[in-house]
Design a protein around this ligand. Structure first.
Ligand code: HEM
Length: 132
């Protein structure tokens, strides 16, 4: 596949390639979480099914990247930290979330420059999710 490295014009949502690419990223992220022993503690924080998480992270990321506001249209303000309080999240879970997301971004061919920018932004959000 030809990988397009475009300069950072427009929204990150456009740059990544719109909904099909956000969906591919989210699917790969949760597939890896399910499959890779390196993410076992992260997987264990989640319930039996990852379907709800897949759907909601896809909706959330579309808006977070500057695309359609699917998540807030349905649920209002994301209040991400509050919504994560029922789950025990420490450094280990944060680090596995980041490693899993970085691997998913690489494997779904998110442009390298965008991967770096998103990596920084995800890191700040993931740090903020810690609650233990
Ligand atoms: C730091 C480590 C993290 C852990 C361990 C974690 C874990 C979880 C868990 C267990 C759920 C519930 C899934 C379900 O309902 O089945 C969830 C939901 C969600 N997570 Fe995370 N998460 C983390 C970081 C993040 C980050 C960095 C983002 C955004 C960039 C994010 C976005 C979301 C969203 C949008 C939902 C759905 C919230 C809702 O509507 O209830 N999470 N997460």
């Amino acid at each position: 596949m030809q990988i397009q490295e475009k300069p950072p014009a427009g929204t990150p949502f456009d740059w990544i390639g719109g909904e099909p690419k956000v969906e591919a990223l989210v699917e790969r992220f949760y597939d890896l979480m399910d499959l890779e022993p390196a993410y076992a503690q992260l997987r264990a924080v989640h319930g039996t099914s990852l379907d709800n998480a897949r759907q909601r992270l896809f909706w959330f990321l579309c808006g977070w990247l500057g695309g359609p506001q699917h998540y807030t249209d349905r649920f209002g303000h994301p209040m991400l930290r509050a919504r994560h309080l029922p789950f025990a999240i420490g450094d280990l879970e944060r680090d596995q979330w980041m490693a899993c997301m970085r691997q998913a971004m690489e494997e779904t061919h998110v442009p390298q420059q965008l991967r770096v920018a998103l990596g920084d932004a995800f890191q700040k959000t993931a740090d903020w999710m810690r609650n233990k």
